[in-house]
Design a protein. Structure first.
Length: 239
């Protein structure tokens, strides 16, 4: 399996050479290519990307706007996500059910509910690749039980929207927004996850020096026994 971070920028106006396009990840499993999320930056790019399937984590435009003219392959999302995206001209709609293991092309995954948005409910993706379990949650406010959700995970790919600034809010009694990076590292530590990458990078990271931001993250990880780093456009991780 190869994870290719095509984009690593969150829903912000700022861009940098390292974080130019909205967060999207291509998974290559054997001969098949599965694209996870397809934001507005990717409009008109699907033909060149040639995915065999697209998976959407939730319905926000920086994760779905690239599908406004349709898709050349099946697109997978939860029933709640499809309800929000009813107007998208996607011909082959497939369903993901939270908590239910699913085969998407050659990829085995389980969608895991998490807190992020009341209007656009999100799921994380637990990817199973033999000895490697990967949890992908580019937008997350809270995991209800990190020690259970992240059990046996070897790589956590999380939400880089904020180091310190509070991007959390409560809507109708539900925690929404983006958990700061230190909180997510604490979740990883509670589950003995030893490696973490952060995508969907926010203004603080994108506007700063990549080297300085990455060093800061590296030190936060070391304090918790975790190898932590920033994802960036073009990064490849092989298993």
């Amino acid at each position: 399996m190869i994870l290719h971070f095509l984009g690593s920028r969150g829903c912000i106006d700022q861009r940098s050479s390292r974080h130019w396009r909205h967060s999207a990840m291509m998974i290559t499993q054997g001969r098949e290519r599965i694209l996870v999320d397809c934001g507005e930056d990717w409009l008109d790019e699907l033909d060149s990307l040639r995915p065999d399937a697209v998976i959407l984590t939730h319905a926000h435009p920086d994760h779905t706007g690239g599908l406004e003219r349709g898709a050349p392959c099946p697109v997978w999302a939860t029933p709640g996500c499809w309800q929000s995206l009813d107007a998208l001209p996607v011909a082959e709609r497939r369903l993901l059910h939270p908590g239910q293991p699913t085969a998407v092309a050659a990829l085995q995954l389980t969608p895991c509910p998490l807190a992020h948005s009341v209007r656009a409910p999100a799921v994380g993706l637990l990817l199973d690749e033999g000895a490697h379990r990967i949890f992908y949650s580019p937008d997350v406010a809270e995991l209800s039980d990190p020690a259970t959700t992240l059990r046996d995970v070897s790589l956590y790919i999380g939400d880089g929207a904020s180091f310190d600034a509070s991007l959390l809010r409560v809507e109708n009694g539900n925690l929404c927004g983006h958990a700061p990076i230190p909180s997510q590292l604490d979740w990883c530590a509670a589950a003995c996850v030893k490696r973490a990458l952060f995508t969907h990078c926010g203004e603080e990271i994108v506007s700063g020096s990549h080297e300085e931001m990455n060093k800061r993250l590296e030190n936060l990880g070391k304090e918790r026994g975790i190898e932590a780093a920033l994802a960036f456009d073009g990064l490849e991780v092989k298993f």
